[in-house]
Design a protein around this ligand. Structure first.
Ligand code: MG
Length: 258
């Protein structure tokens, strides 16, 4: 391969199917990437401990990954040091203090208030996985139970505290002024070069900052609807959804640059 490809990807709705979290429809393409030595750089709302558990199963080259929507960059897998992690924004403790000050005026349920049983119920995750989801560093997911106009006010209050509110697939995410795109830039600055091609795969609004910075953005539909902006070409919008769509788009990228 003449050009060096850095492939960034969201997980849920992209490399993992939305409905059953299966990645196996992409197995052949993942093996092809591994044979070519192309790093698959996961960029997800999941926590670092959730990603580590998943990467034990998925056949990809050692690579850094982006956890908690860009709030954390785990450099370790590429540096042979599993502890090399970087928080790019405020800690979860700081975020929870601010959310606690807003609970009397707005109706919402954060992971902290849902607790382990609530998180299991809302996400359908078994105990061990719910524990990993609660093992957070720098973001807090929440379910919004109030009106749209209240949501606008809530967002403004978070903004005055230098926090952001973004909709993910299922939950709203409160975070510092971090993004998957900013984390992508840090990784490209560290590992990219003149001949580097950056591809990024996403399916929801939270992935847009990453898609906007990619040479080759890929947008995957969910239930027939595309929720991200991708110009085609050079971007790709595969016909299939989930892991099959991911494999379709990534195969096309490999064909194009080889
Ligand atoms: Mg997604």
């Amino acid at each position: 391969m003449a050009k060096k490809l850095l492939l960034f990807t969201d997980l849920d709705g992209c490399l993992l199917n939305k409905h059953d979290y299966d990645w196996r429809p992409a197995e052949h393409t993942l093996n092809r990437l591994a044979d070519l030595g192309v790093p698959v750089i996961v960029a997800t709302s999941k926590t670092a401990s959730e990603v580590r558990a998943l990467l034990d199963e998925i056949p990809i080259c050692p690579a850094p990954f982006i956890a908690e929507n860009g709030g954390a960059i785990e450099w370790g897998p590429w540096q042979g040091n599993s502890d090399a992690s970087e928080n790019t924004g405020p800690s979860r403790t700081v975020i929870l203090e601010i959310l606690n000050s807003l609970t009397t005026r707005y109706r919402f349920r954060s992971f902290e208030t849902l607790g382990i049983s609530g998180v299991m119920k809302q996400t359908g995750l078994p105990l061990a996985e719910a524990r990993r989801a609660l093992n957070r560093q720098c973001t807090e997911p929440l379910l919004w139970d109030d009106t749209d106009s209240q949501l606008a006010r809530f967002r403004a209050e978070l903004d005055s505290n230098q926090l952001t509110l973004t909709r993910g697939g299922r939950f709203w995410h409160v975070a510092g002024r971090t993004s998957k795109g900013a984390a992508l830039t840090k990784i490209v600055d560290e590992f990219g070069g003149e001949q580097t091609v950056v591809a990024a795969v996403g399916d929801s609004q939270i992935d847009q900052s990453m898609l906007d910075l990619a040479d080759l953005p890929v947008g995957i539909r969910v239930n027939g609807t595309l929720s991200v902006r991708v110009s085609v070409p050079p971007g790709i919008i595969p016909e299939s959804e989930g892991a099959a769509g991911w494999a379709e788009a990534v195969s096309e990228i490999l064909d194009r640059i080889n």
